[in-house]
Design a binder for this molecule. Structure first.
Ligand code: FRU
Length: 461
């Protein structure tokens, strides 16, 4: 049974995952903590439910769970769309935009122009700034600040590198079709110089977009590693869009990956998520105590424009706190823990066995019986976990939507594994073990999934 997109119940709108009020959204942009509030900017079509007319939408939150809509921050202007980018707090007033005591917030975004038959269009990096804490944004008169004459050059993520005044700004930015990330440096956010490139490496089956780069301490040690996050579309582990990462070192100019695999098998690379719906994930800047919080776009370009909701379309993931751990095999991995919602969502904490010959199925269904379900399976023999949404409700709105996605259980998983399963209307997020494996999946059942049925099959009996 399928539901036409215009009649999908409003009850499929999630409570703790951000959605635009009545329009389209894609990537999170300019994530920044400032004066007690988390700012979420995002790719938004202010006048429609599909991608187009791209502006920076805006929302704020104090707890990362309930969001207040704010007016569009950076609109499309004279044919120039505001593609993805980041926001920094210019504490040292390096760009000179501040007026008075309050530091300026500076957005670094891609100014994007569509091409025509005889013009390829252009993508260049541009600035907008706010001197009132993020309410009113002004485009910098000297835009663009970094133009290499390309029509494929986007998604700048900027941060301050180095201690105190001796540091400099670093921009990581994608050359999407070359599958590489550029690293540029600047004293003032306005004048930029190329320092190095990284890539191609690992998954290159699609364009590279939305990079991020940040340092983290390895849990329980004094060692630091840098995490380079690269979104890829298509060609990701579960098909279509997805987010890979590289662990390495960064000296302020050059990123060096700690280990690169020669394998052509995507399951040998590091991924932030093994589901279909976690893309363009980037982290907040200016968060106190060195915490690293990320949000991803919970959709997939394969079918994002056709998901059966309305008039809002697409949501953000929950915010996730990112940490690094060293596993038993010596490898350093990202682990992720969601900022946990309360009673507004359904949550299950389950411990399942991981013994040879034992398979556990966890089936999510609506309150009243229908044949719609979402099935999580943990296979102790194969030592893997899968998520099956092939019978989860409306699966026919796009041919690539139905899927069974899987990940290997981390090698050092013991005789059981803990799962946290969060169900928030049309979004399911599964966190496996210490959060090294996660799945983000959209579902479109007629009524939200609220029950979990467990089946333990011991094939050794
Ligand atoms: C990623 C992306 C970015 C671009 C934006 C446009 O989803 O393609 O590369 O800046 O979306 O909306």
């Amino acid at each position: 049974m399928t539901t036409p997109s215009t009649t999908t119940p409003q009850s499929l709108r999630p409570a703790a995952h951000y959605t635009a009020e009545s329009t389209w959204l894609n990537d999170p942009n300019g994530l920044v903590f400032y004066e007690g509030e988390y700012h979420l900017f995002f790719q938004n079509n202010p006048s429609g439910s599909t991608w187009g007319n791209i502006a920076w939408g805006h929302a704020v939150s104090t707890d990362l769970l309930s969001w207040e809509h704010r007016p569009v921050a950076i609109p499309e202007e004279d044919g120039e769309m505001a593609f993805s980018g980041s926001v920094v707090v210019d504490h040292r007033n390096t760009a000179g935009f501040a007026s008075g005591e309050r530091p300026a917030l500076v957005a670094i975004y891609t100014a994007a122009r569509h091409g025509t038959d005889d013009d390829p269009g252009s993508q260049a990096q541009a600035l907008a700034f706010s001197t009132d804490g993020g309410a009113v944004w002004t485009r910098y008169a000297g835009n663009p600040v970094l133009d290499i004459g390309s029509s494929e050059f986007r998604d700048p993520k900027v941060f301050w590198h180095g201690d105190g005044d001796g540091g400099h700004w670093v921009m990581v930015v994608a050359d999407p079709v070359e599958h590489r990330i550029g690293f540029y440096t600047s004293p003032n956010l306005i004048d930029w110089a190329l320092a190095s490139h990284f890539g191609p490496a690992h998954a290159v089956g699609g364009v590279w977009e939305c990079p991020d780069l940040f340092p983290l301490r390895i849990r329980g040690t004094n060692e630091t590693r840098w995490v380079l996050v690269v979104s890829l579309n298509p060609g990701a582990i579960a098909g279509g869009s997805g987010t890979q990462y590289f662990i390495g070192d960064f000296d302020g100019r050059v990123f060096t990956a700690e280990r690169l695999s020669d394998s052509l098998d995507p399951s040998d690379y590091d991924w932030l998520d093994f589901g279909r719906d976690y893309y363009a994930a980037v982290s907040f800047s200016n968060v106190p105590d060195g915490r690293r919080l990320m949000i991803g776009w919970a959709s997939n370009w394969e079918y994002a424009n056709e998901t059966p909701t309305g008039p809002w379309r697409s949501a953000m993931s929950l915010a996730r706190e990112i940490e690094l751990v060293r596993a038993a095999d010596g490898r350093v991995h990202v682990v992720q823990a969601p900022v946990l919602p309360g009673d507004e969502v359904t949550r299950f904490e389950v411990t399942v066995p991981c013994a040879d010959g034992v398979r556990t199925t966890l089936t999510l269904t609506p309150e009243t019986t229908t044949d719609e379900r979402f099935v999580i399976s943990v296979d102790g023999s194969e030592r893997r976990i899968s998520c099956d949404r092939t019978t989860s409700g409306n699966t026919t709105f796009h041919p690539t939507y139905p899927s069974v996605d899987w990940a290997a259980l981390p090698a050092d998983t013991g005789s059981s594994v803990e799962l946290t399963i969060i169900v928030d209307a049309h979004l399911i997020e599964v966190f496996v073990g210490d959060g090294r494996v996660t799945f983000t999946e959209q579902v479109f059942p007629q009524a939200p999934f609220s029950r979990l049925h467990r089946g333990d099959i011991d094939e050794r009996d």
